[in-house]
Design a protein around this ligand. Structure first.
Ligand code: ADP
Length: 413
């Protein structure tokens, strides 16, 4: 494509890749009374995988944590957000613009269902009208001050999705999949679209992964085996969370009570969304059991490359991801600070299974044990060698607890 390309393909004979069109800034400004800090698009390959549910739950989670949160329902032909929040009133407009509806807990919502006279009316509009409507939700709605806006995208990576990503200033995309889908193809398409748009993919969420019997606790893979691990690795994406089929969730959506549905599924996403740019946690791409292979994440409390003597005093954590006892990925995460009791929870959120350190306080050991993380103390020397020795079964914990007063509070006591 020539440098002078004006995107009018009748003007020259050169083949257009469409890339320049994508890179050209076509983003529209929001209403002058809107200040939106972060915009996250939630996409899926097809309808019915739980994209709207995930969008709603993410908004509920961020709102619960005190952030001004909103949902822009861009799934114009299948809008289900108002129902999940039990909203039946209509949005109000003045000559200034359109006002979103505020949910019981304070989330701002705009959806086509808040404008149609009858919410069961089908929306039988062509693509450009749908895209135009979504754009107006961005430009004409008076959102006010918003920390996090979640966009429930139309399913697929077609024309409407593309226009939305070109017109709205989206900071990141989350892809929702379910085991019965052609996940590989969907993720490949979403990755290509995101590249074209220059928008980072924050990661994958697998919904309806399995059903856990409330009586015996056994897990049933209703939609078959998941291939999410391989796909995540192929595209170098993180699996942000895996959600079960939960009849209580379905009923909360049906009854407009999604705001009171309790779960602890989104810690990692909250961590990513709230991380300041410069301290964005690094990603280690293993979270679930790979087909037949045993996967482990080992954190070594370190001073650069050496195992630290005092856990809470460490400079960084070297995190080794291993499959079948072979280290396949290493990351270094700076010690985020040593408030008592904080680091074990922080490492738990990173998906760590084993922690190796020189010394450690009893308090920290207890929390690690509670979280099911194995604690190896008494290690020294090279951090990676310590992890390798652990994998070979050669590194045993001395079990000694750190009592040094000068480090009181820093070792997790
Ligand atoms: P999409 O937005 O992808 O079209 P929805 O979020 O509307 O899909 O979900 C489709 C249906 O599946 C809804 O009735 C919803 O309540 C239900 N559902 C989604 N995820 C789950 C889950 N994890 N457990 C139980 N029901 C779910």
């Amino acid at each position: 494509m020539s440098e002078n390309c004006n995107q009018n393909c009748s003007d020259c004979g050169e083949e257009s890749t469409g890339r320049k069109a994508a890179k050209t800034d076509l983003t529209e400004n929001t209403h002058e009374l809107s200040r939106i800090k972060k915009v996250i698009g939630v996409v899926s390959g097809k309808g019915g995988v739980g994209k709207s549910v995930v969008t709603s739950l993410l908004a509920v989670e961020m709102n619960k944590r005190g952030y001004n949160t909103s949902i822009l329902d861009a799934d114009v032909t299948g809008p289900s957000i108002p129902k999940a929040f039990g909203i039946s009133e209509k949005a109000r407009g003045t000559e200034l613009g359109l006002y979103p509806i505020t949910t019981k807990t304070g989330i701002e919502i705009m959806s086509i269902n808040l404008l149609l006279p009858n919410e069961t009316d089908p929306v039988v509009w062509r693509g450009p009208i749908i895209s135009g409507t979504v754009k107006q939700f961005w430009t004409d709605v008076i959102w006010g001050d918003i920390d996090y806006m979640f966009i429930d995208m139309p399913p697929g990576t077609g024309d409407v999705a593309l226009t939305v990503f070109q017109s709205l200033k989206v900071d990141g995309i989350i892809i929702v999949t379910s085991p019965q889908e052609l996940v590989s193809m969907i993720v490949s398409k979403a990755v290509k679209m995101a590249e074209l748009m220059d928008i980072p993919i924050l990661g994958l969420i697998e919904n309806m992964s399995c059903y856990k019997c409330p009586d015996c606790g056994k897990e049933y893979k209703i939609f078959g085996d998941s291939h999410i691990d391989q796909i995540a690795r192929r595209h170098n994406l993180e699996i942000l969370t895996v959600l079960p089929i939960d009849p209580k969730l379905a009923s909360a959506c049906d009854n407009g009570k999604i705001e009171s549905f309790e779960n602890n599924w989104f810690e990692r996403i909250v961590q990513i969304l709230t991380a300041k740019q410069e301290e964005k946690p690094q990603v280690v791409y293993i979270t679930k059991e790979e087909k037949g292979g045993k996967t482990l994440k080992i954190a070594v409390a370190s001073e650069n490359e050496k195992v630290t003597e005092h856990f809470g005093h460490c400079i960084n954590f070297n995190i080794y991801a291993a499959v079948d006892d072979q280290i396949i990925h290493c990351e270094t995460i700076a010690n985020p600070g040593h408030k008592p009791g904080f680091l074990p929870l922080f490492l738990h959120e990173q998906g760590v299974n084993v922690i190796i350190s020189g010394g450690m306080g009893a308090g920290a050991i207890d929390i690690f044990n509670e979280k099911g993380i194995e604690v190896i103390v008494g290690a020294s020397g090279d951090a990676k060698k310590a992890a390798e020795r652990y994998l070979q079964g050669e590194l045993q914990s001395t079990g000694s607890v750190c009592h040094e007063h000068q480090h009181h509070g820093e070792c997790g006591n």
